[in-house]
Design a protein around this ligand. Structure first.
Ligand SMILES: [Zn+2]
Ligand SMILES: [Zn+2]
Length: 354
């Protein structure tokens, strides 16, 4: 037997074993995804195949761009903002073909279409390039705290985690109407100077607050550079609860793409830690870090490290007959987290349709 084959088999076996442990002992927090901005995922498969459709053409040209070497055309596409790049795609079949083969396009459409739809609908697409989005897609950890992250902070196209969204660790935000009066020129001018998010109707935060109207949201850091009285203006932003909602309106779920392996991760939590919390609440009471442990989001690799130390997760694995019996699932884990109203998922789809 060749030595290469001897080395490959245990590694493959270990990987399969790990995937079984992940299937039994971890789950994805869907409640976190639904607490931030999103779109109706039912439409995405059709849009994705249309955006990835290959068109062979020799009849169409690129007009004046035709004289440029193809490398330069690709370089221009790479530097175009997302909105312009997608507009270019509609020019003709040749432009469609060029855009489709631009660096990062295929991976972004395949793995980040939901985020891309949010970026287009919140009108932030003209502020960033496709390569900006691709870079965030291939970034694993939260820019603000270093934990594994499954979200993007749209005003700066930065990786962020749910903990940073919930705990107010993101850069401050303002409602644009608050600073509008400070501008002598029109509000259109403000939007051309500052990345502005036009929030989507939806259900936001873990409290499931419904917002049917759209709000213009801007990062406070840009306003301070424009010499506005930032502190005074920030104080005028409604109630703390309303202010907290802004963070959920300017973030959306974005998976992590490991460019080397091609693997995609959304982040997982530990079922064992949820069982431990439920048991503690039924008896003497939970420890102070029990909720934080339950809510901690891991990458696959981080979870396997946690599994080696989490007794409840190990018990779950053993009592499941090593992955054979997985029926005994916590009521919290089954829907993918905590939902105040059980029909929130349906409501989310209905509001996203409007
Ligand atoms: Zn973070
Ligand atoms: Zn655990």
């Amino acid at each position: 037997m060749e030595s290469g084959k001897i080395a490959a088999s245990p590694c493959k076996f270990e990987r399969a074993f790990e995937m079984e442990i992940l299937r039994v002992c971890s789950y994805h927090r869907r409640d976190f995804d639904l607490a931030v901005t999103g779109t109706n995922s039912r439409d995405h498969d059709q849009v994705r195949s249309s955006l990835l459709r290959s068109i062979n053409t020799t009849s169409s040209g690129l007009g004046r761009f035709q004289i440029l070497p193809l490398e330069i055309v690709y370089e221009i596409c790479f530097l175009l903002d997302i909105q312009s790049l997608l507009n270019l795609r509609h020019v003709n079949r040749r432009a469609h073909q060029i855009v489709r083969t631009t660096l990062g396009y295929k991976a972004t459409i395949t793995h980040a279409l939901e985020a891309l739809c949010v970026i287009l609908r919140t009108k932030i697409a003209s502020w960033f390039t496709l390569s900006d989005l691709f870079k965030v897609l291939c970034t694993k950890d939260c820019y603000f705290c270093g934990s594994f992250s499954g979200f993007i902070f749209l005003p700066s196209f930065t990786r962020c985690c749910f903990s940073c969204i919930r705990e107010d660790s993101l850069p401050p935000l303002l409602i644009s109407s608050v600073v509008k009066s400070r501008f002598k020129s029109s509000q259109v001018c403000l939007y051309s100077l500052v990345p502005t998010i036009r929030s989507l109707p939806g259900i936001y935060s873990m409290d499931e607050v419904v917002r049917k109207k759209r709000t213009q949201i801007i990062p406070a850091e840009f306003i301070s550079t424009l010499s506005l009285r930032e502190a005074n203006e920030r104080a005028r932003v409604a109630q703390p609860k309303e202010k907290a909602l802004l963070r959920y309106m300017v973030t959306t779920a974005l998976p992590y793409l490991d460019i080397k392996s091609g693997g995609v991760q959304n982040g997982i939590c530990c079922r064992g830690c949820q069982i431990a919390l439920e048991r503690a609440l039924r008896s003497s009471g939970a420890q102070s870090n029990s909720c934080a442990l339950r809510d901690k989001v891991y990458s696959y690799e981080e979870f396997m490290e946690h599994f080696r130390e989490c007794r409840e997760a190990q018990n779950l694995w053993m009592f499941s007959n090593h992955g054979v019996d997985v029926d005994n699932v916590s009521e919290f884990v089954r829907p993918g987290g905590w939902f105040k109203t059980r029909d929130v998922i349906m409501s989310f789809d209905r509001i996203a349709d409007n």
